[in-house]
Design a protein around this ligand. Structure first.
Ligand code: AMP
Ligand code: MG
Length: 348
């Protein structure tokens, strides 16, 4: 059996991502030097590049502040921390309101909205299936589950079985066995949280990247746009598929090449179709979504990936989502952009 799970795996294989899933290319000709910081966040890595720090904020303050924001998100949304808010909610077996932070309620609210738009393809209640296929915190061995096991897990999947209240913030399970996996949206949320922290400190030119999900603000000195690369969707090398300019927006990418194992030559991806209860199996290998928030971009990138090439592209067009699809064809890879996805420079 072959396993591929990115270059920087979390201790438990959680939120496995490639560092530099999208490379940030620094601009030429800029006179002022940026502050760069990096570290670990929610099972992956983060990097921040910021220009023009206000006088009262040092690079060290920036580092400390960002570390605090990512630690807070981790303590709310990590599945691998037994005492995170999410783990405590997952362990709760009653069907009354469970008080949570406004952050967790907000993310679940967005997730439910994306679940509806993607007709169930994006579903944070997919946790039992993610575990069953060996990608969750249970560390189950990578063996193909039986039909009966899949059916049993599917009985506890469905976003209609979870209710969210924003004020006062709380979640309610309509079925006690429901558990949540926020891996497909939490990185994006964390990017937004760090970006908001930077903005609130008067920093207006920055790029935040967490496990390949990105948000930028402003432009670089000399009015240069942030240039972001969409990675070529192959697992064994890191190269650039396309380059885009991104200012004041977020981009998130999903793909079956980022975390999978192979048994008898067949690929089993970490992205699960809640409808079939099985890892996705189609020719759509990568989807990048550009949106105002990275939370939504992250959720839609996963949802469109689950939907596959025909339904995913049709939904993106219908809902005017700015997305970039890379599809495997007999001749190689083909690209389709929808909505206002930025003009991209092809690299191959
Ligand atoms: P991403 O890399 O953002 O596409 O997120 C993939 C991760 O989200 C997986 O490792 C699972 O933990 C979880 N996941 C898998 N399938 C789904 C799905 N259909 N909807 C929501 N989350 C999913
Ligand atoms: Mg995602």
């Amino acid at each position: 059996m072959k396993r591929f799970s990115g270059l920087l795996t979390g201790v438990n294989g959680f939120l496995i991502q490639l560092l530099c899933m999208a490379f940030v290319l620094s601009g030429c000709g800029s006179s002022s030097e940026p502050v760069r910081i990096q570290g670990r966040a929610i099972g992956t890595t983060y990097s921040v590049i910021a220009y023009g720090l206000p006088k009262n904020i040092s690079a060290e303050d920036l580092h400390k502040g960002v570390e605090q924001v990512v630690a807070e998100v981790n303590s709310v949304m990590s599945l691998f921390k037994y005492d995170s808010e999410l783990s405590r909610f997952n362990a709760y077996r009653k069907n009354d309101w469970f008080s949570v932070s406004k952050e967790l309620a907000g993310v679940v609210h967005t997730a439910k909205a994306v679940n509806q738009i993607t007709e169930g393809a994006f579903d944070i209640t997919v946790a039992p299936l993610v575990n069953l296929w060996g990608f969750g915190p249970d560390k189950r061995p990578e063996i193909i589950p039986t039909e009966a096991e899949i059916k049993e897990a599917q009985a506890n999947v469905g976003s209609d079985k979870i209710e969210v209240r924003l004020d006062p913030p709380a979640l309610k399970k309509l079925k006690p066995g429901i558990t949540l996996d926020l891996a497909a949206i939490a990185k994006g949320y964390c990017v937004d949280a760090v970006s908001n922290w930077l903005k609130n400190r008067g920093i207006s030119s920055f790029m935040v990247e967490i496990g390949g999900e990105i948000r930028t603000a402003g432009t670089k000195p000399g009015n240069l746009p942030w240039r972001i690369a969409v990675e070529k969707p192959v697992s064994m090398e890191r190269s650039v598929q396309a380059l885009i300019s991104l200012s004041g927006k977020a981009m998130a990418t999903s793909g079956d090449y980022r975390n999978y194992y192979e048994i008898d030559g067949k690929r089993y991806s970490h992205i699960i179709d809640p409808g079939t209860g099985r890892p996705i199996s189609h020719t759509l290998v990568s989807v990048s979504v550009v949106d105002e928030t990275c939370t939504r971009a992250d959720a839609f990138a996963t949802g469109l990936t689950v939907l596959g090439p025909e339904k995913g592209i049709a939904l993106a067009k219908e809902c005017n989502l700015s997305a970039f699809f890379i599809v495997k064809t007999p001749d190689g890879l083909s690209e389709i952009a929808t909505g206002d996805f930025p003009q991209h420079e092809k690299m191959n």
